[in-house]
Write a protein that binds this ligand. Structure first.
Ligand SMILES: [Ca+2]
Ligand SMILES: [Ca+2]
Length: 102
């Protein structure tokens, strides 16, 4: 069991809408001790944002997480479980009704 992935995603997704914005990405990467500019974050986003909605969702995040933690096992099933807990209407999408800019 490795909960780092979920913790990681939660840490990135600071406003809890289950999507990681560029701003959240910059903030989280810096919080994790690495330096990243907004431009660099946008490049990362462009690379990871498979469905081009300008946000990184959990599945896209897993790819990012694995790239950045090559020596750790990622509990993908666990991540999916966590994702479904949030995905109350099971449509695979994240409601933006709670979207709050912090
Ligand atoms: Ca978010
Ligand atoms: Ca996306």
């Amino acid at each position: 069991m490795n909960r780092n992935g979920i913790r990681g995603f939660s840490r990135f997704d600071t406003n809890g809408d289950r999507k990681i914005s560029v701003e959240e990405l910059v903030h989280a990467v810096k919080a994790l001790g690495s330096d990243i500019s907004t431009e660099e974050a946008k490049q990362v986003m462009a690379k990871l944002d498979a469905d081009c909605d300008d946000f990184i969702n959990l599945e896209e995040f897993i790819g990012f997480y694995k790239e950045n933690t090559r020596d750790q096992e990622v509990g993908i099933n666990e991540l999916h479980d966590a994702f479904e807990l949030y995905d109350l209407n099971k449509n695979g999408l994240i409601s933006s009704t709670r979207f709050i800019r912090s």
